[in-house]
Design a protein around this ligand. Structure first.
Ligand code: PA5
Length: 432
């Protein structure tokens, strides 16, 4: 089944999309003929068909080993080298996966490091790791990212203290095939390595070994994830904006942006999608936020955030639109039990289920926000499984590339993130 896309047509007319039809075809050709800006980083486009099967099987083999010999897998990485894996692991698994007793969880806990510079976080993580069997997967395309380097230095030492000469058997490095400090170190120490393809940038790399190893360790079916992406590749290769929902989503965003709606909020009604939203935010912010342009991507979880930002969205400055990820069928529902202590005020809840109420919250909020002049785009997937997640990932990647070209930017570089790094390094060096 397809990923469905709908929107409030009183706030967006078909002729506005028709007006973009030719521009969409031009951008489509830039992507498919590899003639646009940043075209050296289009490896993700055909990846679901062309991925390295040997590497994929190695991921499965090592995942099996880690499942057998570890209580915890620590994934060290930041940005594109971290968010995709966490997004899928949290979306697919039990909400409290890491807290489940070992008998129920079956597979290692997955913890993350190197995505911040907090010493508290690092010390607390080490405390958790003390009496457990550990494996580490450090991920960095450049091999020079500060957060990743620091966390890896500390955790490598931890592993060497704990396992001595055998430590190298539990450290897995995902990096460039030949360049960079991480690769040099891996070769010197004998660590098993996985390759980040040259032509795939960090935020487009979730379906490579970058994301797949930790996902597979947590029990995610990575074959199904790739199958979803493969079907998406086929489905979203149509240049006609009216027959390609991925392009239609890009066109709609572009239209809203031109109308002054420069804030997009990705909304979910499932807390397990919070990190999927983090992944999406990075994808669009780093791809489009440049040359003084771009929609600012934000994300919220409802109904939680309706009790904090709901007021602003209903009544505040009218420069925003919402994109809602709507999941038709939940993994498990729960009936709301009757309560003899209820004084009849909530009697109407009797016999209903929590997901039924969640769906009504979605419908009611959509009506209210559209009335409040906040356009709603709804992306519907039948259920939250590996197949549809793979499809959705590809849907957004393709859409993001097209959207970037419609905006006239290079969707594949991120020159703006270097500035803070230069300052930080200069400040550290000058204090010596
Ligand atoms: O999308 C990107 O390119 C970035 O977010 C990177 O993934 C992030 O900065 C980490 O870089 P690296 O993998 O080189 O450590």
């Amino acid at each position: 089944r397809k990923i469905d896309l709908s929107y409030s047509d009183d706030l967006l007319k078909d002729h506005e999309i028709i007006a973009l039809k030719e521009q969409v075809i031009l951008a489509h050709n830039q992507i498919h003929n590899k003639t646009g800006l940043g075209n050296e980083l289009l490896g993700w486009l055909d990846y679901p068909n062309t991925y390295n099967k040997e590497e994929f099987n190695k991921v499965k083999k090592i995942a099996k080993k880690i499942k057998n010999d570890s209580d915890i897998l620590v994934v060290i990485g930041i940005g594109g080298s971290y968010l995709g894996a966490r997004a899928v692991i949290e979306a697919i698994n039990h909400t409290f996966y890491n807290l489940l007793p070992k008998s129920k969880r079956k597979y290692p806990q997955i913890l993350f490091a190197g995505n911040n510079l907090s010493s508290n976080y690092m010390n607390d993580l080490i405390e958790i790791m003390e009496d457990k069997d550990i494996s580490i997967n450090v991920i960095s395309k450049s091999g020079t990212t500060m957060e990743t380097t620091i966390a890896f230095r500390i955790l490598k030492k931890f592993m060497e203290r704990k396992y001595g000469k055998e430590a190298y058997k539990r450290i897995y490095v995902t990096t460039d095939k030949e360049k960079g400090l991480m690769k040099t170190l891996a070769d010197k120490k004998g660590y098993e390595t996985f390759v980040i393809p040259d032509d795939i940038g960090g935020r487009f790399s979730v379906l490579t070994s970058v994301g797949l190893l930790s996902m597979a360790v947590s029990g995610v079916n990575i074959d199904e994830l790739i199958n979803g992406a493969k079907d998406a590749l086929e489905e979203y290769s149509n240049q006609n904006v009216f027959e390609n929902n991925s392009y239609k989503y890009a066109a709609i965003r572009n239209i809203f942006y031109r109308k002054g709606k420069d804030l997009e909020i990705l909304v979910n009604y499932e807390p397990s999608l919070q990190f999927f939203s983090e992944w999406w935010k990075q994808l669009f912010a780093e791809s489009e936020g440049k040359d003084g342009k771009g929609i600012m991507p934000l994300s919220l979880t409802y109904s939680t955030d309706l009790h904090s930002l709901g007021q602003y969205i209903q009544d505040g400055k009218r420069n925003l639109f919402e994109t809602i990820i709507n999941i038709e069928k939940v993994r498990s529902d729960i009936r709301i039990c009757e309560d003899e202590d209820d004084d009849k005020e909530f009697e109407f809840l009797n016999g209903k289920s929590v997901d039924y109420v969640n769906k009504k919250a979605f419908e009611g909020t959509k009506m209210a926000h559209i009335k409040g002049n906040v356009p709603n785009v709804v992306i519907t997937i039948p259920e939250l499984n590996e197949y549809y997640l793979g499809k959705l990932i590809y849907f957004f990647q393709k859409s993001c590339a097209l959207s970037g070209y419609l905006l006239g930017v290079n969707p594949f570089d991120q020159p703006g993130v270097e500035e803070y790094k230069r300052n930080m390094i200069r400040l550290i060096k000058s204090a010596q």
